[in-house]
Write a protein that binds this ligand. Structure first.
Ligand code: KG4
Ligand code: ZN
Length: 359
């Protein structure tokens, strides 16, 4: 394989869960294209992601998305400098579809392929913005599967400061939304419903806040919500008040722990990424709490909070430039600890091309 291809554009592929996506990121031109197909409608009937259906749909969607991304970017395959793909963690069948396709295309087009850690993609998504976060910083990674506070010294240098003991924040949003009769994925639906709820009617537990440390726990929220609904008529006001209480409990807990992580590390920059970072109440509360300490919060633009291929391109480009690439074996990883990644010796904020369109 040719690890020393000329500089140029890379193609990135994301298929770790229920979003199929492709993007083209150019060293000098920035993000030239990003295409996404969400399988939400496909899984909605079942109230959650059905892994086998997800894999089959990736098989159907990925190639057309790749073609579309290359076309929109005006990049011919022979001009590509490499291909990045999500190698894990995620649903193994879904990962396998993207990995097999990416590895095969890279072989056919004689370019290097690099497997990207999905969470590193989320962590580096804010680097696409015109004003990227400086390193080192603390990252609050809040997605459907993960809730972690991470000290980020540089690309590939991640120390986990705190993790959830049970449900992830996104999972807590989704599960309580389901109890309120909202469709999958419940996070954005619950946030919408919470807007018409009254603050303070329900005060749900904020576990782990009364204890020192940076561990989190959200599984008790489901039971608390069930108790609050028991024996009562499910009026629209009750549902909205419960939604508001849930959102405040999750957001309040995340904000308090994020501030605690800044205090513990002595850092004043917070990066928030992953699907739940699209939540407006979380953004407002974090900006306020961190701002009061004289710090600053950075987020990806909303479309790059949830799963996408642009973030995979950012991480992939950094790693390809550092000379990393895969062998010919196709090796997705359902489990893949973030701390095992290797450090990328680059000046990260100077090295990543920005989005060319404003947020
Ligand atoms: O990062 P992501 O797209 O997928 C994973 O890697 O898991 O995150 C999806 C999660 C879901 O749980 C979804 O409900 C949640 O992010 N989410 C939200 C919002 N938008 C997405 N949760 C709360 N408020 C939102 N606005
Ligand atoms: Zn994700």
């Amino acid at each position: 394989m040719q690890a020393d291809k000329p500089r140029g554009a890379i193609l990135a592929i994301e298929s770790s869960c229920d979003e199929s996506a492709a993007a083209v990121l150019d060293e000098s031109g920035g993000l030239l294209a990003h295409e996404l197909y969400s399988q939400v409608e496909l899984h909605r009937t079942y109230g959650g992601v059905v892994p086998e259906l997800a894999s089959r749909d990736h098989v159907r969607r990925l190639l057309p998305l790749i073609r579309q991304a290359l076309e929109r970017a005006g990049t011919a395959p022979e001009r590509l400098a490499g291909i990045a793909f999500t190698a894990g963690p995620g649903l193994i069948g879904a990962l396998l579809t993207g990995a097999a396709l990416a590895r095969s295309l890279a072989y056919a087009w004689q370019v290097p392929a690099v497997g990207v850690h999905h969470l590193e993609g989320h962590l580096l998504a804010p680097l696409l913005e015109p004003n990227p976060p400086p390193f080192p910083h603390v990252a609050l990674l809040v997605s459907g599967g993960h809730t972690q506070l991470i000290e980020v010294a540089g690309i590939g240098q991640y120390a986990i400061l705190g993790d959830t003991r049970d449900d992830a924040a996104g999972e807590a949003f989704d599960k309580t939304a389901k109890l309120l009769g909202l469709p999958y994925p419940g996070g954005p639906e619950l946030a919408r419903l919470a807007q018409s709820g009254t603050a303070g009617v329900f005060r749900f537990p904020r576990p782990m806040l009364d204890r020192p440390g940076l561990e989190l726990s959200f599984s008790g929220l489901k039971t608390a919500v069930l108790h609050s609904l028991r024996g009562r008529e499910l009026t629209s006001q009750l549902r909205a008040d419960v939604a508001r209480g849930v959102e405040e409990a999750i957001v309040g807990t995340l904000a308090a722990k994020a501030v605690r992580a800044l205090e513990a590390t002595g850092l004043d920059t917070l990066v928030v990424s992953g699907g739940v970072s699209a939540n407006q109440r979380l953004r407002a509360q974090l900006s306020d709490a961190v701002g009061r300490r004289g710090g600053r919060v950075y987020y990806p633009r909303i479309e790059f909070c949830t799963d996408n291929a642009a973030m995979i391109a950012v991480a992939g480009l950094a790693r390809l430039r550092a000379g990393e690439h895969e062998g010919l074996a196709i090796q997705p990883r359902a489990q893949w600890p973030l701390e095992t990644l290797s450090a990328v010796p680059l000046q990260p904020s100077a090295a990543i091309p920005r989005c060319i369109s404003p947020p």
